[in-house]
Design a binder for this molecule. Sequence first.
Ligand code: IVH
Length: 715
Amino acid sequence: MYSKEQTQELVKLTEAIKSGKTQNSPAIQIDNLRKIINFHDWRYYVIDDPIVTDFDYDMLFKKLKALEAEHPELKTADSPTERVAYGLTKEFPQVEHIAPMLSLDNSYNAEDLRDFDESVKKLTDRDDIGYTVEPKFDGAGISLVYENNQLLRALTRGNGAVGDEITNNAKVLKSIPLSADFDGQNIQQIEIRGEVLIRKSVFEKTQKQQEKDLKAWEAAKAKEEKNIGSKPKVFANARNTASGGLRMQDSAEVAKRGLEAFVYYVGHAINKEGKSVLLKSLNSHHETLDMLYKLGFKAPMKEITVCKNIEEAIQACAQWEKDRDNYPYEIDGMVVKVNDLHLQDICGYTSHHPRWAIAYKFKAKTATTKLLNVEFQVGRTGAITPVAKLEPVHLAGVTVSSISIHNEEYIKEKDIHIGDTVEIERSGDVIPQIVRAIPDARDGSETPVEFPRNCPDCQSDLVKVEDEAVWRCENFDCPSQIVERLIHYVSRDAMDIDGFGKKQVARFYELGHLSSIPQVYHLPYDELKKLEGLGERSIDKLAEGIEKSKQQPIARLLYALGVRHVGKGTAKRLTKSIGNLMDLQNFSLEQLQEMEDIGPIVAQSVYDFFHNPKSIDMLKELEALGLTFTQDVSALTPSSNVLEGKTFVFTGTLEKFSRNEAKAMVEDNGGKVTSSVSKKLDYLVAGAKAGSKLKKAEELGVTVLSEEEFLNLIG
Ligand code: IVH
């Protein structure tokens, strides 16, 4: 980023300003101060190598602030003084990402990585694939958009399609440049993705202080002291500290958390003419990160390994796994990426992840602890889940005290007894599991786990369907089920009702205000406002959220209704081509099964739901309450049917459109894109340097089209 000469010059300038010997105009002084503060920020936050004391830095900063206060006409949005004290942001606007923020596919061993390599080779028709290997940072994903050199917007990952706009909070992170010379790269607009993290040492220090504060608070509370404030929080792990930090309302508080941002991906970069510069002036992942690094971003240049082939990448992953504890940030694996952006483009994306990258997950960490008890919980579909209550234990950054242990068979298979010492593992990175009981540690006081035959809540007889592992409470009016159904209905992925959480649902249920989905829309707001801890403002917000939920599209509504076996994806597929949710009443079992990816079990469940008078009554009530039951099907159906029933494979380097655009064009016209060439294939569209797929298509007599001919075909 800064050459030797520039560094020398900036160090000299720092010394000159410190000694007060400079006699420049305010404009020049301000400009110089900005330059050197940005330089020292970069040394401190990006390359971890500061060369001024905190005291000197503060002095320079104060000087700049004072000069800007004296000369407000010289203030600019990208001045380092703009990084602090934006005040409170009440609500973060939801903003759509330029392109969805996808996840990564996972691998767990060398074999998985070799399989990945095979699939890349197949997709690209090449056998000389080079990779990069870099850490998989365990923090909170972030997207940064720069326009005309200035940071325009920062978004959290959110649900991948839409994130929270947290620009003011991002601006306090000194590893995120407020402006950068993208002009010099002929880039007018760029979207950069990265991860916000907290250094392990900073997190540990913060956590220790929080634990101290909590103890002091508890002691004060025990003594019934007054004005002790609210209960201090103790962050569970570094990742939550980062993601919670990004969404704090007070950016001054965010600044205190010591967050940093690594950048690792550019999905979109265009020049003044609106043309992509990716694949033109930027040709590899390494080059892209290097450009960002040179512009002042914290790109993982020290960490990245460029590998000639997958075997070198496997070695790099293994080495990092050994050394992971010495790395100053939490990482949960490595990311292996195809280095060549042209080959990345050929590989393309699924709806979930890029086909040119894969996460190599480190082995889960294990710990042992005592199983204190097993409790049985009733889920929204009546499934009974045993939950192991454990002596709290620290495992891969979180404290674990409770683990779901699936079902009766699982308990029997693992021969788990209450009182056992058990080995637990945090596989992947989120859900801990009991790996095994340790029988050698038994002293005879352990007791077998008794699985109940009656619902632990409503006492109804439990039922177990043959071939299913779970026992169920079949009482639709079981209080636990009602509450769980409602929690699901209001949840973020379902109707996404702001301000409506688990606690509120349980409380309103207990007070007798809420026991069915339609009652969500009949809550007695005036009474609720009188409840302790709620009040006017939160209930108004809740009412607003409830009203807004009436606009949710029918796919969300269907998912929210909690029909068994209907997850988010299934709900989308079921509603893809219907104009009214009630149309599902008219589908026979066979017709349901004919829908894409709908099997007999899902079909039966949907059929039963839409033929149950109780559900129909509920749906009618919801419709009368003003919920959205219709959608514009014309917007959903293909713009033409000229490719109806036709299949396409795209191969080689495409020049006129990207793979994603090609796929969209085919689907918009009623066709399908596949990846393998067979006799059944209708068309192979061949770009430059097409290889084995083209050969095979010619051998099989499949029609081969140029990009031009393909465009003509769809008119
Ligand atoms: S690349 C299309 N590189 O891991 C771009 N992601 O579990 C895909 N992550 O959603 C992302 N470190 O938030 C990439 N070096 C890295 C990463 C990384 C962490 C996150 C990212 C992603 C998640 C998937």
